[in-house]
Design a protein around this ligand. Structure first.
Ligand SMILES: *[C@@H]1O[C@H](CO)[C@@H](O)[C@H](O)[C@H]1NC(C)=O
Ligand SMILES: *[C@@H]1O[C@H](CO)[C@@H](O)[C@H](O)[C@H]1NC(C)=O
Ligand SMILES: *[C@@H]1O[C@H](CO)[C@@H](O)[C@H](O)[C@H]1NC(C)=O
Length: 566
């Protein structure tokens, strides 16, 4: 039976991420969805379990169940759990108990902490301990992606650590296939294990495209054969920043609906570019590069997971802070599945140093609460399904071709520096920032007028350094251009012809200020003026109640406008 298209696209801004979906997961075009065809946005956090001890970090400080609950309370629905290959290929390592692993590394002082916080784990073999962590995550409705992070347990990654590419000292492709197959088999039927990422950050002097196809395709086939439920996740070259070779040579696999690609994007991926360049130019350029190397896959209808990104959560790293504003805009626009680096507040031992604090870690050093609550709040917007895509099952048959064009019903105006959106309650007057879930939606017309959805009111620039307001759409100067290399400044003219940009003033009210840092200057930060206009779908049949209210509002506003204008 032909179902009306509209029923396939309904608006649901906050997906209920904390209830587990109808697993396993599949891919439909660029989207990941559950068995029922409902979109599942993977909002993961990386939980390292690949360092020297081969044991999930933090378990000497908190119980695994308590950590799992912190993960869900931060809004994540998934963990990318990292494991070293030797855990699956080296029986001696897999059979060692957690206690023995710590003892053999001279880390005895952690054992009482593990025994106190996780008495059920301390005497388990390392492989059983990993299974137990996965199982506790499952009890808390947290999905898991098992990520083969490296071969030899330890900190990752460098060009010359022997773990970088097929044929490196610790990276024999045949052992790798054996290890992946064992792991896939071990977790077969474990419902919350939704994906396996074949190998983290391929890199180093040996890397080449030919071997990538040879081994990644083989690895994918073997994992799928051993465990047909999991998504098979393929990482790119150059520390997982480059999948550009897929542009003219797709992978050739015997199965479909199960393949996802992954990429990494940090501030330091581009060195100190964010600090030393003009931020509009750097953001425009880097975003273009990212699109060209991996982001383009989404436009081609292939799923992409940003499986690592993150910043120093102390907020003192200028390069990271500047990068994050640009990243937030991109991730919001692409509505991309992701895994943040990382959960870890600290490591048992990292590169020979004990109890090292991880400033990129969402949890504090004793793993008891959030390191940076406001940043946790800010990035939480990325955990929702921004484009409002809910049912994806039939997209493939409706939307012809690989390039996916989805009917655009409205725009959201996102402010990456705060993680909030441009709001107005539907009345003439000021604009402010607030939760994106409360947006009514905007229309950005071909004449570049920004109109509130459903009500004929437009954004006006009144005067320099004064509030921007929502008012009549018959005024002159209603045009808003997206300018600068970042394309994120919204520029218009005031009534006296002064060029101004939207900005955020006191108490989150929107003002129009002189446009700043458009080019050249590297010392200034334009991000308070950055707004990203993003497509989204919204409930096209609002409740009768709100429909009636809206009509009344319109009538009242039209009356006011006429009276005020005469
Ligand atoms: C999936 O669909 C089945 C059958 O219609 C239904 O019983 C189940 O509740 C759905 N699950 C989810 C998570 O939507
Ligand atoms: C673990 O084994 C040790 C002996 O090696 C024993 O003393 C301890 O009570 C055991 N702990 C638990 C929680 O079973
Ligand atoms: C894909 O692989 C199959 C064997 O698995 C082979 O027969 C086929 O020619 C390959 N296709 C391409 C386009 O390389």
């Amino acid at each position: 039976m032909a179902r009306p298209i509209i029923s396939l696209f309904s608006f649901l801004f906050i997906l209920s991420l904390n209830t587990i979906s109808a697993l396993p997961l599949y891919t439909y075009s660029r989207w990941i969805a559950d068995e029922n065809g409902t979109r599942v946005k993977l909002a993961c956090v990386n939980w390292p379990s690949h360092l020297d001890t081969s044991f999930a970090e933090g378990l000497s400080k908190q119980p695994v169940d308590a950590i799992s609950k912190l993960i869900t309370s931060m809004g994540f629905n998934c963990v990318r759990l990292t494991w070293p290959l030797f855990l699956a290929t080296n029986w001696m390592l897999a059979a060692v108990t957690v206690r023995q692993s710590f003892q053999s590394l001279g880390l005895d002082d952690y054992i009482s902490g593990i025994q106190d916080n996780n008495p059920g784990l301390v005497n388990l073999s390392l492989i059983r301990a990993l299974q137990a962590v996965v199982s506790t995550l499952g009890e808390n409705n947290v999905m898991v992606i098992l990520d083969n992070h490296l071969s030899k347990p330890g900190w990752c990654c460098s060009e010359i650590d022997g773990n970088g590419f097929f044929g490196d000292e610790y990276f024999d492709p045949e052992y790798w296939i054996v290890g992946l197959t064992r792991m896939a088999t071990l977790f077969r039927g474990v419902r919350n294990v939704v994906g396996m990422s074949l190998r983290n950050e391929l890199r180093g002097p040996r890397q080449n495209v030919e071997d990538w196809y040879t081994y990644m395709q083989r690895g994918a086939e073997e994992v799928h054969k051993a465990n047909p439920d999991v998504l098979v996740i393929l990482s790119g070259l150059n520390f997982d920043t480059d999948l550009s070779f897929l542009a003219d040579r797709p992978v050739n696999l015997t199965f479909y609906g199960k393949t996802v690609y992954e990429m990494h994007w940090y501030g330091f991926t581009d060195g100190h570019a964010w600090e030393i360049g003009n931020l509009n130019q750097v953001c425009g350029q880097v975003y273009n590069n990212v699109k060209g190397r991996s982001g383009f896959l989404l436009d081609r209808g292939l799923p992409l997971l940003v499986s690592e990104f993150g910043v120093d959560l102390r907020g003192t790293n200028v390069n990271d802070n500047r990068y994050l504003n640009c990243f937030m805009a991109a991730a919001f626009e692409l509505d991309v599945d992701f895994a943040l680096w990382s959960l870890a507040g600290s490591y048992y031992i990292k590169e020979g140093v004990k109890d090292v604090e991880e400033y990129f870690g969402m949890l504090n050093s004793d793993w008891s609460s959030f390191r940076n609550p406001s940043l946790t709040e800010r990035i939480s917007i990325l955990q929702t399904s921004i484009k409002g895509i809910v049912y994806v099952r039939f997209l493939g048959s409706i939307v012809q071709g690989s390039g996916l064009s989805i009917p655009t019903l409205h725009k959201i105006i996102f402010h990456p520096a705060t993680g909030q959106c441009l709001l107005n309650s539907g009345t003439v007057g000021p604009l402010s920032l607030g939760p994106c879930s409360e947006t009514q939606g905007w229309i950005y017309s071909s004449t570049k007028v920004l109109m509130l959805r459903g009500i004929i009111l437009c954004i006006q620039a009144d005067q320099l350094n004064k509030p921007a307001v929502l008012g009549s759409c018959t005024e002159p100067n209603l045009q808003w251009d997206t300018i600068s290399d970042s394309q994120m400044h919204l520029q218009s003219k005031t009534t006296d012809g002064t060029e101004v940009c939207l900005d955020v003033g006191d108490q989150s009210f929107i003002v129009t200020n002189a446009c700043k840092c458009l080019s050249g200057d590297s010392s200034c930060d334009p991000s308070s003026q950055w707004f990203k206009i993003v497509d989204s779908l919204i409930n096209s049949s609002p409740s009768k109640e709100s429909g009636k209210r809206r009509k009344e509002n319109i009538r009242q506003l039209m009356t006011e406008a006429t009276e005020g204008g005469s």
